[in-house]
Each structure stands twice: as C-alpha cells, then as structure tokens.
Design a protein around this ligand. Sequence first.
Ligand code: PRE
Length: 104
Amino acid sequence: MAENKDDVTVELNRLRASIDNMDAALVHLLAERFKTTQRVGILKAEHDLPPADPVREAEQIQRLRSLAAESHLDPEFAEKFLTFIVSEVVRHHEAIRRERPDPS
Ligand SMILES: O=C(O)C(=O)C[C@]1(C(=O)O)C=C[C@@H](O)C=C1
C-alpha cells in the first residue's frame, strides 16, 4: 500500500500502465472478432441467411453470464457488453447484405 505522495504517484502510474496494456489487448481482440464476423456477414449474405440469429445470441448471453459470474464480473455488465458488440455486428451484416449486387 502506497504511503507518501510520491509512492502514490508511482503506484498510480504502475496501475495505469497495466490498464493501458489491458485496453490495448481488448482493442486487438475486438479487431480480430470483427474480422471474423465480417467473414460471417459475407457468408450469410452469399447464402441469403438472416443477419441476426436470436437463438445463437441467447446461447452466447447465457454462456457469457455464467463465465462472468465465475470470474466475479457482473453478469448484467457482461450481457450489456456482448449485446452492444453484437448489435454493431448485425449492423455490419445488414450493410454487407445491402451492398451486395442483386442476384436477379
Ligand atoms: O454467429 C452468427 O450468426 C453471427 O452473425 C455472429 C454474431 C456475433 O457477433 O457473435 C452476430 C450476430 C448474430 O445474431 C449472432 C452472433
């Protein structure tokens, strides 16, 4: 535990450096996830599959809520976070579908 003002500053900077590393990892992971979902969007558009799959989403939410609880993370937060990402993915899927040349 930090004692004087200098120690507090050193400790704060050390913790912030760790936060910066984790934020960078999150951005890299999200970029990889979006690269994969982009391929899913193309596959779905090519085979005339709907952009959203509510059954799959319900399974993902259940899985993430339970992983969150095991990791002492608020399951409500985990669900909101996943829903936020998936809604952006569905928006991308819809755009891919719209921008495809009409097969007829
Ligand atoms: O798995 C799919 O079918 C996807 O399109 C990917 C994904 C996701 O981002 O995980 C996005 C939209 C669907 O509603 C379900 C899941």
